[in-house]
Structures are given as C-alpha cells and as structure tokens.
Design a protein around this ligand. Structure first.
Ligand SMILES: Nc1ncnc2c1ncn2[C@@H]1O[C@H](COP(=O)(O)OP(=O)(O)O)[C@@H](O)[C@H]1O
Ligand SMILES: [Mg+2]
Length: 293
C-alpha cells in the first residue's frame, strides 16, 4: 500500500513538475505575498488547510480575507509564493488546468450571485450543465431534489430568486455550491446581512455539510458568533500577516490586543459591513462565468 502511494506521488511529480508532501493539508499556501501596486495585502503568508476541518478566517474589513480566499483557487494570482492542492502545485497552472481543479470546489461568495432569470432548479444545475453532459433529465431532478433537501428547501424547485428571502437565496446558492459534490467549500461572509436566526441556519448548514459530506470548509467572516460555532480552527489576519491561529479557546484567550479588540468589537464591524454591502456586493460576488474556458 505504502509502496503504491509512493509511486503515485512520483508520477504527479513528473507530470506537474512540482509537488510537496502535504500531510493532512488539502491546501497549502507557502510564503504567499500579494501586492496591488504598492499595497501589500498578504505579506509572506504560510498556511496549511486541514482536510475535513472547518478553518475560519477573521479580521476587520479590508484586511485581505477575500484576497486570501481567492488565492486558494487562483481567482487571484500571488505576487510571489506558492499554492498547493493535494500536494500538487497549482499557482503556476494555466486557466484550463485550473478549471479542472476548481470544479472540485464549491463557492458561496458574497451576494449569493443567483441568476434572477433562472428558476431555483436551473440555478442549482447551472455548474453541472456547464461542465458535464447529463443524458437523462430525471438525473437532474433527483440531484436538485437531493441538494434542496440538504439545505432544507424541499419543494422550491420552480421558485425564482426574487420570490425568496435573503436567507433562502443563500441556501439556494449553497445547494448550487454542493451540486458537483465538492471536496472543499469556500464561504466568503456567508452570514453578512442576515439576522441572527437566519445566520444560525447557515451556520448549522455549514456544520451539517462538514459532518455529513466530510467536506473541508474555509469560511471568511467577521461574525464571531458564527466563527466560534463552526470553526475547528480560527485564523486572524492583520496587516497582511496571520497574528493568531488556533481553536476558539486559543482565540478567546489570545494576548494580542488587536485580537481582543476585534473579537469584542465585532458588532460594529458587522453593522458596517451591512451598510457597505450594497456598494461592494457586485465586486466580490462570484459568478460561474468566471470559470469559463
Ligand atoms: N482587485 C484589486 N485591486 C486592487 N486592490 C485590491 C483588489 N482587491 C482587493 N484589493 C485591496 O486589498 C485589500 C484587502 O481587500 P479584501 O480582501 O477585499 O478585504 P476583506 O478582508 O474585507 O475581504 C483592500 O485594501 C483592497 O482595497
Ligand atoms: Mg471581503
């Protein structure tokens, strides 16, 4: 068994030109720096995302959380440093190669990004129709039914996004994110703009997907209630660096004053984010077209 594994690694090495031994890490960032002209947003960050766990990234608005999560699937390219998925280096891949990696991810980015002109069912099957040909229509029906039941929206197939509440739209976006049975789900501010009860429904769904499907989750948030509830591990970004990294207890007791200020002052951040949302949603939302070859 061990011998076979060794051979496989060697083969990947030969094919891609670069691989690392990743241990339990499904995604590895190595010495990653991202600059936008003179603005250093991520400053030599190294991070191993553990398989099957929920890693939460926190930090104030503008600290680089979205920039970081986009690097995990190369929606942004690093200024320097490396990104690995399952031991294979991916930051030097072209878009065609990357799309083969990206279909193993689900995304729930800000705004939900549902297509208003498509029904719930068509929104959910959108990524599948883009990547695969399904011969039998009833396969779609089964899949839609299954994904809707995962997010607690049985019977909503023929609804349109305009008939749904904010929380329901997020759940449909989540059903779409899991349409291709992803190994990793990336969430960017999944609870922003939702009231506490609707936020908690999303938290429960994130937990459920991790428990029932064994997915690896990376969640960007500045909602500490959500972070404490769902995280196996919380990472705080500040001035381009990771200043705290550990479980909820570690973060709650962290001696760094910036960490304490953030975790206790998060209500203000949340309110600000809701106010800002109308202006920023379009820039940060993910559209499936981004992946078209
Ligand atoms: N495409 C871009 N071009 C230039 N600057 C950007 C771009 N995307 C993000 N930034 C800058 O990077 C910083 C971090 O942004 P972002 O990751 O969106 O923060 P947040 O932590 O709120 O998600 C901000 O200063 C932002 O202005
Ligand atoms: Mg953001």
């Amino acid at each position: 068994m061990a011998r076979r594994k060794k051979r496989k690694v060697k083969k990947e090495d030969e094919n891609s030109g670069s691989s690392i031994s990743d241990g339990d890490g499904i995604i590895v960032l190595k010495d990653l720096t991202k600059k936008f002209s003179d603005n250093v947003v991520l400053d030599n960050i190294s991070l191993t995302v553990e398989k099957g766990k929920t890693t939460v990234i926190i930090g104030p608005s503008g600290c680089g959380k979205t920039v970081l999560i986009k690097h995990l699937i190369l929606l942004l390219r690093p200024s320097s440093g490396e990104v690995y998925f399952k031991g294979r280096r991916i930051d030097n891949m072209n878009e065609i190669e990357l799309n083969k990696i990206r279909i193993r991810f689900g995304f729930l980015f800000q705004g939900g990004a549902l297509f208003d002109s498509l029904s719930v069912a068509d929104n959910i099957t959108f990524p599948i129709r883009q990547h695969f040909k399904i011969k039998h229509w009833n396969q779609y029906d089964e899949l839609v039914k299954n994904k809707l039941s995962m997010v607690g929206l049985e019977g909503f197939q023929s609804f349109y996004p305009s008939n749904l509440s904010g929380g329901q739209r997020k759940r449909v976006a989540l059903a779409r994110a899991i349409a291709l049975n992803p190994e990793v789900i990336l969430y960017d501010e999944p609870t922003t703009g939702l009231d506490p009860i609707r936020s908690d429904v999303i938290n429960e769904l994130i937990l459920k997907l991790q428990r029932e499907l064994g997915v690896t989750s990376v969640v960007v948030t500045h909602d500490m209630t959500s972070a404490y509830k769902i995280a196996d591990r919380i990472i705080m970004l500040h001035n381009g660096k990771i200043i705290a990294d550990g479980d909820d207890k570690h973060i709650r007791n962290h001696p760094h004053p910036v960490v304490q200020q953030f975790i206790h002052g998060q209500v203000n951040e949340d309110d600000l984010a809701v106010l800002r949302a109308s202006g920023t949603i379009f820039q940060t939302q993910f559209l499936p077209d981004d992946f078209e070859e």
